[in-house]
Design a protein around this ligand. Structure first.
Ligand code: ZN
Ligand code: ZN
Length: 164
């Protein structure tokens, strides 16, 4: 397993206060997870609503949930996606075990809502740290960052040659 990676990320610490770019630590991928170098991330109205406080999110949190990039590291047991694959990251984490996941519909996973709203992986943990402090990842992603880490099933591979 690799060491943590120091990344730059847009961290919201208080609603109504402009989020700032911070250097934080991204933990290495655990079994079944991947690390993705973010190439682009859309700015969505819900990112702004979380920053304003209209929507509620645990704080601090790395904003951004519409990320695309390149897989740079895989955890134990990951066969797909592979290092070098270009992927779009789904904002719905998937458990891989519920009836929807078993029916190859991870975007409808029964477990995805708590992860999305709690801004954590499905086990309640996150992969971002600021010193000892736990930093949440919006929709279990936190896409306004140099890299993101988490479960790979929602990663949707892109055809080679297409951006990003
Ligand atoms: Zn959105
Ligand atoms: Zn599921």
């Amino acid at each position: 397993m690799s060491d943590s990676t120091t990344i730059r990320a847009l961290v919201l610490r208080e609603t109504g206060v402009r989020p700032e770019l911070e250097e934080v630590e991204l933990l290495p991928p655990e079994a079944g997870e991947v690390r993705i170098r973010v190439v682009a991330c859309g700015l969505c109205r819900s990112d702004l609503a979380n920053a304003e406080g209209t929507l509620r999110t645990p704080l601090p949190v790395v904003l951004g949930h519409e990320a695309a990039g390149v897989v740079v590291e895989t955890g134990e047991g990951v066969e797909q996606p592979a290092v070098g694959d270009r992927v779009v990251v789904s904002l719905s984490p998937a458990c891989g075990q519920c009836p929807m996941c078993e029916d190859d519909k991870p975007h409808l996973c029964f477990q995805s809502v708590p992860g999305s709203i709690g801004c954590t992986m499905l086990d309640g943990s996150t992969r971002v740290r600021s010193g000892e402090e736990v930093v949440h990842q919006l929709c279990a992603i936190g896409g306004f960052a140099a890299h993101v880490g988490g479960k790979p099933p929602p990663c949707i591979p892109r055809a080679p040659g297409r951006p990003p």
